[in-house]
Design a protein around this ligand. Structure first.
Ligand code: NAP
Length: 109
């Protein structure tokens, strides 16, 4: 397994989430840029490919438990762990609760 830290960023289709994902990948983090709508991944995909970044786009809707579970399983099966979670979705209390509880419960972090 790589020694690179593994980071998961929610809300990576635009704004702070996208920029945070790109920044961390440029710094060498194994970055999973998650978003609920993969049709919005073209910008980050293009930049990551052009710069050769360690960035992977994964579908994750923080309001959908099944989506969270599937995304975490996908990431864990690929790299075996999650070191850091950064939530860049809007600060709705329900989203905050669901992200923190789901990730903590299922990622063993
Ligand atoms: N921009 C700033 O300077 C700034 C400064 C301080 C604080 N903030 C706060 O930081 C947050 C993000 O700001 P932003 O400017 O980056 O906004 P943004 O461009 O609107 O980005 C919000 C992101 O959250 C995603 N999202 C929303 N609901 C989601 C869900 N259920 N599952 C997964 N992703 C979801 C959106 O995805 P979709 O594309 O699918 O909608 C989008 O990628 C906001 O709460 C904002 O108030 C922003």
């Amino acid at each position: 397994m790589s020694n690179q830290k593994v980071v998961v960023v929610t809300g990576s289709s635009s704004g702070i989430g996208r920029e945070t994902s790109l920044l961390l990948a440029r710094k060498g983090f194994q970055t999973f840029a998650t978003m609920r709508n993969l049709s919005k991944s073209s910008v980050i995909d293009t930049v990551a490919e052009k710069e050769g970044l360690p960035l992977h786009v994964v579908k994750l809707d923080v309001n959908d438990d099944n989506s969270v579970t599937t995304a975490i399983q996908q990431i864990l099966s690929k790299v075996g762990r999650i070191d850091v979670l950064i939530n860049c979705c809007p600060p709705l209390s329900s989203i905050k609760h669901q992200v923190s509880s789901s990730f903590l419960a299922r990622s063993h972090i």
